[in-house]
Design a protein around this ligand. Sequence first.
Ligand code: SF4
Length: 193
Amino acid sequence: MAEDAAKLASLSTTAAACARCRLAETRTKVVFGMGSAASPLVFVGEGPGAQEDATGLPFVGRSGQLLDTLIEQELGVTRSALYIANIVKCRPPGNRNPLPDEVEACTPYLEGQLEAIAPALVVALGAVAGRFLIGPDLQITSARGKFFETRFGTVMPTFHPSYGLRQGGSAVTAMRADMVTAKLYLMEHGRWK
Ligand code: SF4
């Protein structure tokens, strides 16, 4: 486990100076990811927003608060017990979706994170992350809460917290249900204490 944490720290140091794609020109801080190297579950979003870019931390601000609330209320832990990352580590200008060449340039970091952590489950946050991790035809509304075997391991998509914030009501209820589904999966696989 110390080795896994060291691998993550080393990757993070490399990413902090990364200029492999054009997003390096406009970022403030690289948002590598945060959490426990021993986490059984990794949340993956599409990319940092303005507050993440300013702080260097993933999923802060209002959507991050919703994610924290769901983690605490449905999983019974805080985010520090889990791991949260994005596909691209630098903010796409204007919060546009990351472009294919940016995703390709940044993917080795996510692969390295998943290799070091070896989670039992990856939870894709939103359609962009879901399509990247699972496949381009993914429809988030019908796919959420289901499990897919991928080259990144077992992946379950759910709505993006910002969508949950915008929609409220049934979207947040669905996200709560997906958190419980994830927890049951981890319990069934002996990865939840
Ligand atoms: S988005 Fe990824 S590949 Fe591009 S500069 Fe940032 S860390 Fe490097």
